[in-house]
Design a protein around this ligand. Structure first.
Ligand code: NCD
Ligand code: ZN
Length: 344
């Protein structure tokens, strides 16, 4: 297949970055790298410095292009968005509702506060990437995405009709409907875990912290709606792993944090999902074309080969001084990456 891109990826920094980057770089030509570091990447300067650290962390001889996005806050100035656009390396701005997920405390408290910035982004053609969950603790955790569409995203998309929007890691039938029937300029990323698992996986045989991410896994009707939408080949839907590594002790804790590490099988897991829907022939467009087309970038010309040959995922990977539990730890994945050949 044409070499894929990952349109939603957490690479962290320092030793963690060094530990996880090779997995993504072995599979994807490019990735949209999320800005929720501590402190968050709220300036172009910080995003470009992080980009340099990522490039410096690449194994020698490996080609991989990090694409950057700015972390929006209540006080992001329009001038910062202009600098980001002018840099040529920052393709979007990420909207985290304040407190919605890991390292989102500095996010936006009310989207109306950033209307001026959103207008400028629309003029510049800068993409808004949205973590779509309301943060109201009174709203059921599993309803927070659907609620966000009505309360925030639909009105925002109407106020800014020229703004290009990626609804990140969608998990519900409501989100699929919103994206597929919405105005032009709206797209969404979909993770492998939301295509392969429903919320029963959070409790299968006991509480399963390594299946906890945000937005959380949803009921089977939603998983089925997502899978059938991607299997249908709609160009508004594309691959974003949301691979989000956390040290094992931070996951296996009284308040285990959100995030599933999937970069070790970042394309293989999608192959399983598409195969289960009888739509393997649609995998390439979803993984390698739709995202590039939406962002106005050339499709990759290199290729990648997947082989249908099961392998067992290690129980753990090293993660700096810590360790990391990957998705499917100790279990099998049906597809594996072909060893790189001279032809690739
Ligand atoms: C992400 C993380 O750990 O940075 N966690 C997650 O559960 N997806 C943040 C995010 O994308 O919401
Ligand atoms: Zn994410």
């Amino acid at each position: 297949m044409r070499r894929p891109d990952d349109w939603h990826l957490h690479l962290r920094d320092g030793a963690a970055l060094h530990a996880v980057l090779p997995f993504s770089a072995a599979r994807f030509a490019r990735a949209m790298v999320m800005p929720n570091l501590t402190p968050p990447l709220t300036t172009t300067e910080a995003a470009l410095a992080y980009r340099r650290r990522i490039l410096a962390a690449l194994p020698s001889g490996v080609k991989f292009e990090p694409l950057m996005t700015l972390y929006l806050t209540d006080t992001t100035p329009a001038a910062e968005v202009e600098r980001a656009q002018a840099s040529g390396c920052v393709l979007g701005c990420k909207l985290y509702p304040a407190g919605a997920t890991t390292h989102a405390d500095a996010g936006v408290s009310d989207v109306r506060r950033i209307d001026a910035v959103l207008s400028r982004m629309a003029e510049l053609g800068m993409v808004l990437q949205v973590h779509g969950e309301v943060t109201d603790p009174a709203v059921d955790v599993f309803d927070r995405e659907a609620s966000f569409i009505d309360a925030v995203l639909a009105p925002l998309a109407e106020r800014h009709r020229q703004l290009r929007i990626v609804f990140e890691h969608i998990t519900t039938r409501a989100a699929v409907d919103f994206v597929l029937s919405g105005r032009s300029g709206i797209a969404a990323t979909v993770t492998a875990q939301h295509l392969l698992m429903n919320r029963n996986a959070l409790f299968a045989g006991g509480l399963r912290p390594h299946h906890y991410c945000l937005p959380p896994l949803k009921a089977e009707v939603h998983r089925a709606a997502l899978l059938s939408a991607v299997a249908g080949g709609n160009p508004r839907l594309f691959l974003g792993t949301d691979s989000a590594p956390h040290a094992r002790h931070a996951k296996e804790a009284p308040r285990g944090c959100a995030g599933i590490f999937s970069a070790h099988a970042g394309i293989e897991l999608y192959a399983e999902a598409f195969e289960s829907a009888g739509a393997l022939e649609r995998l390439e467009a979803f993984a390698s074309c739709h995202g590039a087309d939406f962002y106005g970038l050339p499709r990759n010309s290199a290729t990648l080969t997947l082989v249908k040959e099961p392998w067992e995922v290690p129980e753990r990977y090293p993660f700096g001084a810590d360790e990391l539990v990957p998705l499917r730890a100790g279990e099998r994945i049906a597809w594996r990456l072909a060893r790189p050949s001279a032809a690739q």
